[in-house]
Every structure is written in structure tokens, then in C-alpha cells.
Design a protein around this ligand. Structure first.
Ligand code: C2E
Ligand code: MG
Ligand code: MG
Ligand code: MG
Length: 283
């Protein structure tokens, strides 16, 4: 018995797990240090008019520059969420993106700015307060700051989500559901909650030209959006074929490598100078 237990214990604490736990603790430590050392940057990816190719807005996407290397948010956002570090980080993202949007607006570009909001930020109490302060402070044009949230943040206590959204909307926020179609996609909450638009998930866009099911799902989203008066963005558009097909389905704003990858602010200004990133669709 003792032997068995011993063996089980031994199996439980595998060297791999030890390494994983260790890596996690050390990553959290590094993340904390990185916030102090301000090692984060925002990249910006254009949202463009699907027919004209004109830039309509930008999505701010965080990057961590650690010893010269860029670390993807997929690696550290979950950790930042678990540790609560997402709160100071998210605050910084919101303020930085708003300030940048104001600079670009002042330079004559009537842009929207989209910011990703994590669930901890969303359910926290001061987001509406921060938003009011940021809008007052930057004097951003009203209605130009978009919040990207996910379906999972709205599930559970729908009444609470509704109150949060109403408070934020009153403070000047506009809401898009990110990665739409991958979550619970309950249509009843879409009708009930003050949501302004949907971002069709990349996974549907990816297969839209080859897979009839993906095409049917996107067509259903487009028709639902029309009925519920929701704006639409397609994320992850990489080919002209995807663009043409989407354009034939309805009014959808395009985001994806076809127009541009996410780029540093300075490079985004070069895109703004061009103004139009795709040759216009005819017909
Ligand atoms: P997301 O908000 O859905 O952002 C879209 C992701 O798709 C970005 O990855 C973007 O670089 C990528 N993408 C855009 N166009 C294409 C395309 O045509 N093809 C492909 N293959 N990919 C494309 P990124 O920048 O690595 O961000 C990943 C996720 O991390 C974001 O997904 C978002 O959920 C999260 N994230 C990024 N920045 C922030 C932030 O400031 N705060 C929070 N809470 N989350 C963030
Ligand atoms: Mg997003
Ligand atoms: Mg997305
Ligand atoms: Mg996505």
C-alpha cells in the first residue's frame, strides 16, 4: 500500500509538472516586472471598408517586448487574467489606445478605436469610471471607442451583464462581441443586451470559400445582424476570394492580413497616409 501511495505520489509530481508550475510562477514574476518596466506596446490592425478598402478604424492589440523578442498575448493574457495583473495592464491599454486615437483624429482621420476587454475588467467596478475619465481627458469624439468583449462574459448573470453594459454605454462605450460564433451564441441575450455589433470569428471566415457549412453560418449571422440591427466585422480575412464572398453577403467591415497585419503605431501612420489598403471591388 505504502509503496503504491509512494508510486502515486511520485507519478503525481512528475518533473514535467514541476517545470510547468515553475515556469508559471516565473512568468508571473516576469509579467509583474514587465509592467513596472513598461515593456508593453500596442500594435494596431486596420479595419477597412470591404468595397472601397478605406481605413475606418483600428484594433489595439497588445505586445510584450521581452529582451527584444515579441511575446504574443495568447501567452500572457491568460496569466495576467489569473493573477489580476490584467487590471493595471488593461487600464494602460485603454488609456494608450484612446490617446493614440485622439492623435490620429486630430491629424484628420475619422477613426474608430477598438480595445479588447478581459472578463476581470468587465466585471470589475471601475471600468465605467475609467472610461468616463479617459473620454473626458482625451476629448475623443463620442462613439468612436469600441469595446470588444466575448460571449462568455455575458453568460451566467445576464441581469448583471445588462447593468454593466448600460453603465458603460452611458459612459460612452460601444460594444462588439469578439470571436462571435465560438461561444454560447444564445440569441435571447443578443436581443436583450445593448450590444452594437458582432465580430465574426476567424474560423468561419477561414473556410468560407470551401466549406458550405461555414458559409451557411456566416449567412445566418449576417441575416440575424440585419434583423437585430447589429454592425458586423469579419476577422481574419486573408484572401480576395473571402473578401468578395463576404461583400456579396451584406455590409461587413473587413479586418485581416489581406488589408494588413497588426503594426506598430508608426507603421500604422504609413497606412493612414495611403488611406486605402485594397483596390476597390467593382460591381
Ligand atoms: P482577437 O481580439 O480576436 O484579435 C484578433 C487576433 O487575430 C489578433 O491576434 C490578430 O493579430 C489576429 N489576426 C488578425 N487578422 C488575421 C488574419 O488575417 N489571419 C490570422 N491568422 N490572424 C489574424 P493577437 O494580436 O495575437 O491577439 C490574440 C488575442 O489576444 C486577441 O484576439 C485578444 O483576445 C487578446 N488580446 C490582444 N490584445 C489584448 C488586450 O489589450 N487586452 C486583452 N484583454 N486581450 C487582448
Ligand atoms: Mg479583438
Ligand atoms: Mg477577435
Ligand atoms: Mg478571434
Amino acid at each position: 500500500r505504502a509503496k503504491n501511495l509512494g508510486r502515486n505520489n511520485y507519478q503525481y509530481f512528475t518533473p514535467e509538472m514541476d517545470v510547468a508550475a515553475h515556469r508559471r510562477i516565473s512568468m508571473e514574476y516576469k509579467l509583474r516586472k514587465a509592467i513596472e518596466a513598461q515593456e508593453f506596446e500596442l500594435f494596431y490592425q486596420p479595419l477597412v471598408h470591404i468595397q472601397s478598402g478605406e481605413i475606418l478604424g483600428a484594433e489595439a492589440l497588445i505586445r510584450w517586448r521581452s529582451d527584444g523578442k515579441l511575446i504574443s498575448p495568447a501567452e500572457f493574457i491568460p496569466l495576467a487574467e489569473d493573477s489580476g495583473l490584467i487590471l493595471p495592464l488593461g487600464d494602460w491599454v485603454l488609456r494608450t489606445a484612446a490617446r493614440q486615437a485622439k492623435l490620429w483624429q486630430d491629424a484628420g482621420h475619422d477613426l474608430t478605436m477598438s480595445v479588447n476587454i478581459s472578463s476581470r475588467q468587465f466585471s470589475g467596478t471601475d471600468l465605467a469610471l475609467t472610461l468616463r475619465e479617459v473620454l473626458l481627458h482625451t476629448e475623443l469624439r463620442p462613439g468612436k471607442l469600441y469595446f470588444e468583449i466575448t460571449e462568455s462574459m455575458l453568460m451566467g448573470d445576464v441581469s448583471k451583464a445588462e447593468t454593466t453594459l448600460l453603465n458603460l454605454r452611458e459612459a460612452g462605450g460601444t460594444f462588439f462581441l469578439d470571436d462571435f460564433g465560438t461561444g454560447y451564441s444564445s440569441l435571447s441575450y443578443l436581443k436583450r443586451l445593448p450590444i452594437d455589433g458582432l465580430k465574426i470569428d476567424r474560423s468561419f471566415v477561414k473556410d468560407i470559400t470551401d466549406d458550405p457549412d461555414s458559409r451557411a453560418i456566416v449567412a445566418a449571422i449576417v441575416s440575424m445582424a440585419r434583423t437585430l440591427n447589429l454592425r458586423l466585422v469579419a476577422e481574419g480575412v486573408e484572401t480576395q476570394a473571402q473578401r468578395s464572398l463576404l461583400a456579396s453577403m451584406g455590409p461587413i467591415v473587413l479586418q485581416g492580413y489581406l488589408a494588413s497585419r497588426p503594426v506598430p503605431a508608426q507603421e500604422f501612420e504609413e497606412l493612414l497616409a495611403k488611406g486605402v489598403l485594397l483596390s476597390p471591388l467593382v460591381g
